[in-house]
Design a protein around this ligand. Structure first.
Ligand code: ACO
Length: 371
């Protein structure tokens, strides 16, 4: 029996390959460190949905198609108004609004996939502004995808440096083998349910702190430490209390997560160009202390830095509040979910594993007396 399905192969995919021993991530044929910092999000989306990079004319048509789907249906905006008024957690609001995306039109896997990818930035932006008591910003279809997301949040057209940093992040996290949320999406669509249902379920899976919910706590740990010389004391105390260090450890990687390097470099570029590297330098030193202490405490587990540690630093540098870290992860990962759904519908079978029953058998039912 294998609780957690560790090491079990449950699907074939052309979308991404995770080599946990070598610390390599391949995105539809390209190494993450080659593709993510240089390609636009739209190029990567085209690659995932069509299986190859686009020619210039194909890219511009695809970018327009995507941009044309940014406006939310009224039902999704109504849900966001209600959830912002109730101060609902951002991932719950994203889940509820995602569920409303298919309302008023026929189910269509391609349309549903495109609608979800295009509208996640709008959902997060509208929710956040309403939550701050500000009116949503009208959707602009003339901005690229990553710029549109930042514009939805702030109402200001972002600098090329901020757009590049966010785009590198979105590309880096867009897919990662059969992670928990992608598996959830594939299971749902494997029943021939629809893509919007699958993506809604995936949002629920991403919310948990063992998957997409770690970057906020990772950043809080860096802030709590505050100065490099306090790192050892604070981290030792956390480990003594049996706490997990957020941003470290991974089910598949037994070496450093390659996405951590891509994001660390993007963060270094971003913080250096902004003039204040102190938070970046602090994070680097927290990381090395954490790795040393994890090796000391768990010598037989290879616990290394994962993607969430530098996600936190990069997104904080971009001015995103901690509450939006996991929803921003979803803005990138929805591309992988959508592409996996289409692949599963094309090529997959019903996913239906088995369980081992470990409860009692042969109990005799005597009924409950009715008075
Ligand atoms: N800090 C301290 N100890 C840890 C950590 C950590 N970050 N991660 C694992 N361990 C320890 C566990 O306590 C356990 O110790 P034990 O054997 O003495 O009980 C041992 O290492 C194995 O842990 P598992 O839970 O079996 O590892 P698993 O593969 O199930 O979990 C996970 C992987 C969930 C990512 C885990 O490392 C963790 O909780 N990390 C912190 C949360 C985090 O960063 N999540 C983001 C992951 S990346 C992503 O999803 C995009």
């Amino acid at each position: 029996m294998n609780d957690g399905l560790e090491g079990i192969v449950a699907a074939s995919t052309r979308l991404s390959r995770v080599d946990g021993e070598a610390g390599q991530l391949t995105l539809a044929g390209y190494a993450v460190e080659d593709l993510a910092p240089r390609a636009s999000f739209e190029e990567v989306a085209y690659l995932f949905l069509h299986g190859r990079l686009p020619e210039p004319a194909e890219l511009s048509r695809f970018a327009q198609d995507l941009a044309a789907r940014r406006v939310l249906p009224g039902a999704a905006i109504a849900v966001l108004r209600e959830s912002a008024a109730a101060q609902a957690p951002p991932m719950d609001s994203l889940r509820m609004a995602a569920a409303a995306l298919g309302l008023g039109r026929e189910e269509n896997p391609w349309e549903d996939a495109m609608a979800a990818i295009a509208s996640f930035p709008t959902i997060v932006g509208v929710y956040w502004r309403l939550r701050q008591g500000e009116p949503p910003v009208p959707v602009r279809s003339d901005l690229p995808h990553a710029a549109h997301f930042l514009h939805q949040l702030s109402g200001v057209a972002p600098s090329p440096g901020r757009v590049r940093a966010l785009e590198t992040y979105l590309n880096t996290v867009c897919d990662h083998g059969l992670n928990a949320s992608t598996f959830a999406a594939r299971v749902i669509v494997s029943t021939r349910s629809d893509v919007i249902s699958a993506i809604t379920g995936a949002v629920g899976a991403l919310k948990g702190p063992l998957h997409g919910g770690a970057p906020g706590p990772a950043l809080n740990m860096v802030f709590e430490i505050g100065a490099a010389e306090r790192a050892e004391t604070v981290i030792r105390a956390m480990l003594d209390r049996g706490e997990r260090l957020m941003g470290f450890g991974h089910r598949v990687y037994r070496v450093r997560d390659p996405r951590a390097d891509v994001l660390a470099q993007a963060a270094e570029r971003f913080y250096s160009s902004g003039g204040d590297r102190s938070l970046y330098d602090l994070a680097r030193s927290v990381e090395s202390t954490a790795l040393r202490l994890l090796r000391e405490r768990k010598p037989d587990r290879r616990l290394d830095t994962n993607v969430e540690f530098y996600t936190a630093l990069l997104l904080h540098g971009l001015g995103l509040p901690v509450e939006l870290f996991t929803p921003t992860f979803a803005v990138g990962r929805v591309l992988g979910w959508a592409a996996h759904c289409l692949e599963q519908l094309r090529e997959g079978r019903l996913i239906r594993p088995q369980s081992v029953y470990i409860g009692p058998v042969g109990l005799a039912y005597h009924g409950v007396p009715v008075h």
